[in-house]
Design a binder for this molecule. Structure first.
Ligand SMILES: [Zn+2]
Length: 464
């Protein structure tokens, strides 16, 4: 598989350090509010990465942090008259509601700053001891001049960054580019004891400490939103590589932005939507579909038209699968058709080719719709055997599963036995051309809340 590496600006082959085991670290949310659709994008995109690698036989270890100590959390706690810990706990639960709604699997580990404090302090200490960081009045700053490669991910030179840095910076810092790895506690803020007094970690240091703690010095893949390239990931690299002397990650993946009606999503423009708001109107799965139908690096222009189109496409997938189920139930026995099996295999290979090329879910989804056409044709042909249809259904389920779609399918036969009996009696009546009895039974079925209809694949029962 080839993935676009932000570090080299090229597609590179995924070569895990340990055979078929892939270590992935994803920067997680700062838990002070509901996630917005911009935050929903990386969690869906990288969930597909996980599912795809697993389907291809890799074992994935996936770590995603929660930033549960931060200025914004403290501010929210003060506004709500609660504690930072309460705010964090509440929004971690809300995050999980959204993530599960979007069919995003839990990470293998979801470390939090508050549960990794000793590891973070040890990391800061290692930086100070090796001269890569210095203390100033209880704050600790990373000494960017000690890391000559600073800027290598964002392709900024140290000189350009210096020139662009704001004038009038904190004079305790040796350079405007130095950043806090530890912050002295202000009155009323949560704090932890450290060799530099009471304080709390800077944002960047937590990812360096947590990724190392759970996944080691070098990650196979580090992922996150494009907005994190600078300064967050640049700073993670400077901290981690200064301590370990090894690359922090072999591959850096960054997802593209979401624009709203062709404008950048921002609070000041008021075009800011939470995943929850959109899900309430369209359902979570439409949001997930919207993320999956685009290549993860392309921008998505969020608008009502796109959501409507995604909803319609998703419905086509559900209809195809339901039709298949009915067709399978009514299909004749017999060997699977070799031409159909060859065609299904061709679709599977095309899907793999798309996904192996930098996780191209946009092309993957087109292949899925090619398969939908193949399957619809076969479902509607009464000569198609059960084995052919079952093989098609199996591939359809595999591909939609890799994309994390079709997770709201009703499992099993949920039609009450009483309704099923009436439906069967009606089928017998129709065969005997007793249409008066068939109509009477239809009304009786309707009184129980179900509609019954003849289709080319057999009887369809739906809830009214
Ligand atoms: Zn991070």
């Amino acid at each position: 598989m080839y993935l676009y590496n932000t570090m080299s600006r090229k597609k590179e082959e995924l070569l895990p350090q340990q055979g078929k085991q892939v270590n992935i670290y994803a920067c997680g949310p700062t838990v002070y509010n509901f996630i917005h659709i911009g935050n929903a994008r990386p969690i869906c995109a990288f969930d597909v990465l996980r599912r795809y690698l697993t389907w291809r036989g890799y074992t994935v270890k996936y770590v995603q942090n929660f930033t549960d100590v931060d200025d914004k959390i403290i501010k929210r706690a003060n506004e709500e008259g609660s504690s930072a810990a309460q705010v964090a706990e509440k929004y971690i639960a809300e995050y999980k509601t959204d993530a599960h709604g979007l069919n995003v699997m839990d990470a293998d580990v979801h470390p939090q700053v508050t549960t990794c404090m000793q590891d973070i302090i040890d990391f800061v200490k290692a930086l100070v001891d090796s001269g890569h960081a210095y203390e100033a009045d209880g704050d600790v700053y990373f000494r960017t001049a000690s890391f000559p490669e600073y800027g290598k991910l964002s392709k900024n030179s140290m000189e350009d960054l210096q020139a662009g840095a704001r004038i009038g910076v904190d004079e305790r810092k040796e350079s405007a580019l130095d950043f806090a790895v530890w912050k002295a506690a202000k009155p009323g803020e949560p704090y932890w004891d450290s060799p530099w007094g009471k304080g709390r970690p800077g944002w960047h240091i937590e990812c360096s400490a947590m990724s190392r703690k759970y996944l080691g010095d070098t990650l196979d893949i580090h992922c996150g939103g494009q907005d994190l390239i600078f300064p967050h990931h640049e700073n993670e690299i400077a901290q981690s590589e200064s301590v370990t002397g090894k690359p922090l990650a072999n591959l850096w993946m960054h997802n593209g932005y979401i624009n709203v009606d062709n404008k950048k999503m921002s609070k000041s423009l008021g075009n800011f939507f939470t995943a929850r708001e959109v899900a309430e109107k369209y359902g979570y799965e439409v949001v997930r579909y919207m993320m999956v139908q685009a290549h993860y690096r392309s921008p998505i222009n969020y608008c009502v038209e796109l959501l409507d189109a995604c909803k319609a496409s998703l419905e086509r997938l559900y209809t195809c699968r339901d039709t298949l189920d009915r067709a399978i139930a009514n299909a004749p026995a017999g060997a699977a058709d070799p031409d159909s099996l060859a065609l299904f295999d061709q679709r599977k290979q095309a899907f793999i080719t798309a996904m192996d090329d930098d996780l191209n879910t946009a092309d993957g989804v087109s292949v899925l719709f090619d398969l939908v056409r193949d399957l619809n044709t076969r479902s509607n042909d009464p000569a198609t055997t059960k084995d052919t249809l079952t093989a098609g259904a199996r591939l359809f389920d595999e591909l939609t599963g890799v994309l994390g779609l079709l997770y709201n399918r009703k499992q099993g036969n949920e039609i009450p036995a009483q309704v099923q009996e009436l439906v069967d009696a009606r089928t017998v009546a129709r065969k005997a051309k007793d249409f008066a009895e068939a109509d009477r039974l239809r009304d009786e079925i309707a009184a129980l809340g179900y509609a019954v209809k003849e289709t080319r694949q057999g009887v369809e029962i739906t809830k009214l």
